[in-house]
Design a protein around this ligand. Structure first.
Ligand code: Z5A
Ligand code: MG
Length: 212
């Protein structure tokens, strides 16, 4: 029996600009999957609980300054430190809903001016998501939602550059959803996509790696 064809959980990533609704929709997907009896966990990156995550958190809240390359590699290391647990969970049948992943890493750092391929390189070999749900919104509309705080990157001009970089990362695993629709409508679309993805993985879809 090919071990790659075993039933497993799905790796689903939500991406999008700040205030696009990722965290709200992630919690909603978690409750929905739980309510239909699907084993599921919600993860987020950066994971601010690890030692690396605490360095990232201090940087984002402007308590520390780091060279752009250094912070890029820390964000990547923060995903690598969770990689083997991620694989174990998926193989044990748990679906993972992830709030931001490598695409945020590449989009934000390359929007600052770092080389796009250089930014992709440290992500190579991490697990590739079965599906990326991209919540699409313009930076202007996102800013209207309020709550842009004091963290780095929370500026309309910079978010515009991030959006362009996200567009350069789209591939066949991406589903683009209009994040300006009412929350319930976004929710309905996401549920449909995710339930279908979970079923495909239960039928034994092989795990793959970035950047495939
Ligand atoms: N970053 C990086 O540089 N490199 C990396 O590798 C990674 C991240 C992983 C922190 O991330 C920063 O790290 C982030 C990218 C960078 N930079 N920035 N800026 P974070 O995940 O902690 O960022 P965040 O602060 O949690 O972003 P966001 O604010 O996550 O927003 P969101 O989760 O997408 O949105 P939300 O909290 O669900 O909703 C925002 C508001 O909109 C809220 O009031 C909702 O009620 C409202 N909302 C949501 N949906 C709707 C709809 N459909 N209609 C109307 N209103 C809505
Ligand atoms: Mg969020």
């Amino acid at each position: 029996l090919n071990p790659n064809s075993q039933p497993r959980g799905a790796l689903v990533v939500l991406e999008g600009l700040d205030r696009s609704g990722k965290s709200s929709q992630c919690s909603e997907l978690l409750s929905h999957l739980q309510s239909i009896g699907c084993p599921v966990e919600l993860w987020r990156f950066p994971d601010r609980n690890t030692a690396v995550g605490q360095m990232i958190s201090a940087y984002l809240s402007n308590e520390s300054n780091l060279d752009d390359h250094t912070i890029h590699l820390l964000f990547s290391a923060n995903r690598w430190e969770k990689r083997s647990l991620m694989e174990d969970k998926l193989k044990a049948g748990t679906t993972l809903i992830i709030d931001r992943y490598s695409y945020s890493g590449v989009a934000f750092s390359s929007a600052k001016g770092l080389d796009f391929d250089w930014c992709k390189a440290p992500e190579m070999g991490l697990l590739a998501p079965d599906m990326v749900l991209y919540l699409d919104i313009s930076p202007e509309k996102a800013a209207e939602r309020g709550g842009y705080g004091d963290e780095r990157y929370e500026r309309v001009d910079f978010q515009g550059k991030v959006r362009e970089k996200y567009q350069a990362l789209h591939d066949a695993s991406w589903k683009i959803v209009d994040a300006c629709l009412p929350m319930e409508e976004v929710q309905k679309k996401l549920r449909e996509y995710v339930v279908e993805c979970v079923a495909t993985c239960q039928n034994g879809r092989a795990l793959s790696h970035l950047w495939s």
